[in-house]
Design a protein around this ligand. Sequence first.
Ligand SMILES: Cc1cc2nc3c(=O)[nH]c(=O)nc-3n(C[C@H](O)[C@H](O)[C@H](O)COP(=O)(O)O)c2cc1C
Length: 282
Amino acid sequence: MIDFCGIELAHPVINGSGTFDAIAARRVFGEQLVERFPFSAFVSKTITLSPRPGNPAPRLWEAPAGLINSIGLPNKGLSGYLAEDLPQLAQLPVPLITNVMGSTAQEFCELVAACERRPEIAAIELNVSCPNVKTGLDIGSDPRQLEAVTQAVRGQTGKPLIIKLTPNTADVAACAAAAERGGADAVSLINTLRAMALAPGSDRPWLGGRTGGLSGPAIRAVALAQVAAVRGAVALPIIGMGGVQSPAHARDLLRAGADLVAVGTESFRDPAAAARIAAEIY
Ligand SMILES: Cc1cc2nc3c(=O)[nH]c(=O)nc-3n(C[C@H](O)[C@H](O)[C@H](O)COP(=O)(O)O)c2cc1C
């Protein structure tokens, strides 16, 4: 058993937000999924206050050794999540981490206060890869904004608070230190790297959202460097992710300073990847 911010986990492998739909997987794989759940905790996809339709198609581009997605965080909004998804996610055999995103500190506070009231939620992850509606800067790329948002949200919850750092910043270690000063209990990284693809033979972006986020093996070395940099800057527990496909990749992140590892893009290729990795991680 592993203790992560006071939550007991059977092993150190969880999922990256938005890369495993446990509700759909249960429909497809039935009770087998619950009996042999691949992750030791389940992270929901990002929830926002209001429902979002997501970005126009096309939403995916296959890059060499990776994937660029511009899914655009489609979700049912906070009330839809609490009423429809949470009761189903609460039936999973592992602790639930709910991932939320706001575009102001106030929005983050509303989301977190609602999660605080639900005992089914074990911990809360903030996706801070979102532009502040006033400054236009990604909240998570600016240490001052990130500290202020973390501090505001901290006042709303006693549950473990994880800040999912953005890699699209000049100094990820400074952002991690800002999250720590603001009162975070843990940090997770890396989210996707901003990327673009042109429609073949044209000067137009391929993706409906123009740019997207690069994930998969292509970002593994970046993840390793950023996890090591963050380990050097904070004492907080770290969830490391980015391109993990094998036990050796997961071990590298642990050696670089992560406490848990998350599997993302690899679960699309092999939904049982995390179980395979967890079985041979040590
Ligand atoms: C299709 C897709 C959807 C994602 N959705 C979310 C999301 O809703 N919230 C979030 O914080 N991260 C999201 N991510 C980022 C992943 O959780 C993870 O940080 C990133 O993909 C790096 O890990 P990987 O290389 O193992 O995929 C998404 C990634 C992909 C590929």
